[in-house]
Design a protein around this ligand. Structure first.
Ligand code: MBD
Ligand code: FE
Length: 284
């Protein structure tokens, strides 16, 4: 048997009441959003005939999610972070703003306060010896196409086990390992040495993984490096690059892969690398 009570006037008045629309106090925007979200939820309970057991299972899952600190992890998994980016892109398109380097999601694993270096930084503490050495360099340009001396490039990525410092369940990484803020030189150039990261997987057995499994999905990301690029009087760019060749590049549980964010990786021998990279000196 299905009953639908959503359209009843007393239920509509109940929604107004619980959303604070009958109160002179509070925040109007919060009331508006709460009214909409609660209305959509009430309607879904009606339409899908959601049982009390299903509802309380959802409440218990939300408690587990919060206890695990995973609201910010399930969010990209459910595509919300990507959807918000698509909206920002659409707003930019409307305003005629072009983004030569596409934005993509921040993810939940940034930590503020990384060590600041001038021009060049080594990101890894040298203890993850399974990693292939990675060198990345480039120039930060403003929207006028001119280099931006002194621009700030914040970079963070995980190790070869897929663990980020500050979120490492093994506790084996130093603080701010594989996290740095690099200040671009007088020609807008930055450069770093690190190791090639592995892909990331959501913690096994966690609330986020349980949901993804119930949806018939996985919780894996391809290998990637996060970047914030900022400068005075400029909008901050939040983006990532993927490591070319990763089999999950088009199967990212967080939907962060975008055309233009998969740079070509050049593989070099140690000998070739010594000639190509003078790490502390000129930008070869
Ligand atoms: C990550 O490393 C990440 O970048 C995102 C978006 C989600 C989970 C883990
Ligand atoms: Fe990440």
């Amino acid at each position: 048997m299905t009953v639908k009570i959503f359209d009843r006037p007393d239920i509509q008045e109940f929604l107004n009441e619980l959303s604070g629309l009958n109160s002179a106090d509070g925040n109007p925007r919060m009331k508006e959003i709460t009214h909409r979200l609660m209305s959509d939820l009430f309607r879904a309970i009606d339409d899908l005939n959601i049982t009390p057991d299903e509802y309380w299972q959802g409440v218990a899952w939300l408690n587990d999610l919060g206890a695990a600190g995973q609201a910010g992890l399930v969010s990209p998994g459910l595509g919300l972070d990507h959807f918000i980016d698509e909206r920002l892109d659409a707003i930019d398109a409307e305003l005629g703003i072009e983004n030569p380097t596409p934005r993509t999601i921040e993810g939940p694993l940034y930590v503020a306060g990384a060590p600041v270096e001038q021009g060049f930084a080594r990101l890894d503490d040298g203890r993850d010896t399974d990693g292939h050495t990675l060198i990345m360099h480039g120039t930060v340009h403003g929207s006028d196409g001119k280099p931006l001396p002194g621009a700030q490039v914040e970079v963070w990525h995980c190790d070869t086990r897929g663990f980020y410092s500050h979120f490492d369940p093994t506790g084996l990484q130093s603080d701010f390992n594989m996290r740095r803020t690099i200040i671009a030189d007088d020609q807008g150039r930055y450069k770093f040495q690190s190791i090639l990261p592995s892909g990331y997987g959501v913690p096994p057995g966690s609330p986020t993984e349980k949901l993804l499994t119930a949806l018939g999905r996985h919780g894996q990301r391809p290998a990637h490096i996060h970047l914030f690029v900022s400068a005075p009087d400029h909008r901050k760019l939040t983006t990532q690059i993927n490591i070319e060749g990763d089999p999950l590049i088009d199967d990212d549980f967080a939907y962060a892969t975008r055309e233009g964010l998969v740079p070509h990786v050049v593989e070099r021998t140690d000998e070739e690398s010594i000639h190509a990279n003078n790490l502390n000196g000129p930008f070869a």
